[in-house]
Design a protein around this ligand. Structure first.
Ligand code: NDP
Length: 285
């Protein structure tokens, strides 16, 4: 069997086009222009690339972007003061604090300082708690992107065995909760899991989010499975690759995401989606 490719790049472009139309229509009806503040602290080159891409995507769909770039030596209190000022700014509907922060900053405190209604990354404990309870709130972007890709396959999740490999707060755990919300039968695995191969072999839906290139062997995949590879790993030769052995897995899976061009582009599209939600349909509280 040769898997069908889940083209995240194309789906993300479609989502951005839909968002642009919604924003144009809303603005014409007198709604305020959605605004995203991006906050970048320090000189991490990868973070600069990520933030540039997010800002460019805002511009493309008609979201106003205010960018704040702080030196690595910025005192933590100054960052918190900026976040509080953005919380109070009515033109700012979403705040994206690019991670990681330089040493000396308390990442948890900074994320908790962002108003939960402007937390478009979905990392605030209030939003994560609401996700746990199945109540409305802003959801993390990469997990939302995973769910949109799954929806694209048309495969019903209810009752299906879904395996999530990786249990981080930003990917694995929220993906597991979103799958549970869709009534999948969810297993959450991690580096201490015994017999990962056996777990993978039973999964009708597999989400890999470990950051370990090729960890999931192609011949482990259950025939007909849907495989979503969140991993983005740079090989010594500079190429990007996922956590799943793509070629061999594609021989067995029904659907599979490529890396790059799978989950990655979806994350930014869902960030724009969350900004629009925060601006025009804010969750309660
Ligand atoms: P973390 O490093 O925070 O978490 C990795 C998880 O993988 C941990 O739970 C760890 O288990 C688990 N793990 C590590 N080794 C194994 C193993 N041998 N067997 C089973 N589980 C293992 O990573 P993130 O969740 O932040 O990111 C995961 C990947 O997704 C990375 O490649 C990252 O670049 C990518 N990513 C992609 C995004 C996108 O937009 N496409 C966005 C965010 C991340 P344990 O808890 O036991 O240590």
């Amino acid at each position: 069997m040769a898997a069908r490719i889940l083209d995240g790049k194309a789906l993300a472009a479609r989502l951005r086009a839909e968002l642009r139309t919604r924003i144009e229509t809303g603005l014409a009806a007198g709604r305020p222009r959605p605004g995203l503040a991006t906050v970048l602290v320090g000189d991490d080159p990868a973070s600069h690339v990520y933030v540039r891409n997010k800002r460019k995507a805002c511009e493309e769909v008609g979201i106003a972007n205010v960018h704040h770039e702080l030196a690595a030596a910025t005192p933590p209190a100054a960052l918190l003061a900026l976040l509080r000022a953005l919380n109070a700014d009515p033109a700012v509907h979403g705040i994206l604090l690019q991670l990681p922060l330089p040493a000396g900053h308390d990442q948890h405190l900074a994320l908790e300082t962002v108003a939960s209604g402007k937390d478009v990354d979905g990392f605030h404990p209030l939003n994560q708690g609401r996700l746990l309870q199945g109540r409305p709130g802003l959801r993390p972007c990469t997990p939302l992107g995973v769910m949109r890709l799954l929806a694209e396959t048309g495969v019903a999740l209810a009752g299906k065995r879904a395996l999530v490999v990786g249990r981080s707060h930003i990917v694995g755990k929220p993906v597991a909760l979103l799958l549970l919300e869709q009534n999948a039968t969810v297993t959450l695995s991690h580096s201490r899991t015994e017999d990962l191969a056996g777990e993978v072999g039973r999964a009708a839906v597999l989400i890999a989010a470990t950051g370990k290139p090729g960890l999931i062997r192609g011949d482990w995949i259950r025939p007909g499975a849907v495989v979503i590879d969140v991993g983005i790993n740079r090989l010594p030769d500079g190429r990007l690759t996922g956590d799943v052995e793509f070629e061999a897995a594609a021989q067995r899976a029904a659907w599979i995401t490529p890396v790059p061009g799978g989950v990655g582009p979806m994350t930014i599209a869902l960030l724009l989606h969350n900004t629009l939600e925060a601006a025009w349909s804010p969750p309660p509280g």
